[in-house]
Design a protein around this ligand. Structure first.
Ligand SMILES: [Zn+2]
Length: 189
């Protein structure tokens, strides 16, 4: 349900319509004021709401940028949702600017707030998550190093080896050998 007039207001970020309606974007699960400066969504994904209560009832979250509910989401909660998005999507070719876009914030704001709350940058957190997943696969699967890199979102073998070595102090191959040997020899205790 979206009129041409409402759609035009969204495309033009027309603040005159703020308070008259809100729009939710099905693909991001976020709702905004018409004036929001976030990227214009595809029309077929947009739904108009008469009130914030309706949008919330429909399961949408208020946009962090235009704050249609007039409330700020606590930074802790927000950082936790970023961390969760990273853990869910680390295997995809996600970038931090894509994450920031999804969350309707600037990459700079995301970097700064996430680091303040979590102690590491979103980039470092993404890399750590990928390395942990790679270690798990190196220990428990027979996939090649290249396949594992690909599977954890580090498709360039050279890049995978470099970041792995930097984090773990050994190459993926050495890591696998060390852990497979332990298992092959069986328990000595
Ligand atoms: Zn917005």
């Amino acid at each position: 349900m979206l009129t041409d007039q409402e759609w035009t207001a969204i495309v033009e970020c027309d603040a005159a319509y703020d308070g008259q309606f809100y729009y939710g974007v099905r693909t991001t699960g976020i709702f905004c004021r018409p004036s929001c400066k976030s990227r214009t969504p595809k029309r077929e994904h947009v739904h108009a709401y008469a009130s914030t209560a309706e949008a919330l009832t429909d399961g949408l979250r208020p946009c962090k940028r235009c704050r249609p509910d007039g409330l700020r989401q606590p930074d802790e909660e927000w950082a936790a949702s970023i961390a969760k998005a990273i853990r869910t999507h680390y295997a995809d070719k996600i970038t931090l600017s894509m994450l920031a876009e999804q969350q309707h914030v600037s990459p700079f704001h995301m970097h700064r707030t996430f680091k303040r709350i979590c102690g590491v940058t979103p980039a470092a957190y993404l890399l750590l998550t990928r390395i942990e997943a790679a270690k798990q696969l190196l220990r428990s699967s027979v996939r090649t190093i290249g396949e594992i890199g690909e599977q954890v979102g580090l498709p360039s073998p050279a890049h995978f080896a470099t970041v792995f070595q930097r984090a773990e102090g050994c190459t993926p191959t050495q890591y696998r050998l060390a852990h497979n040997n332990q298992r092959a020899e069986g328990p000595h205790e």
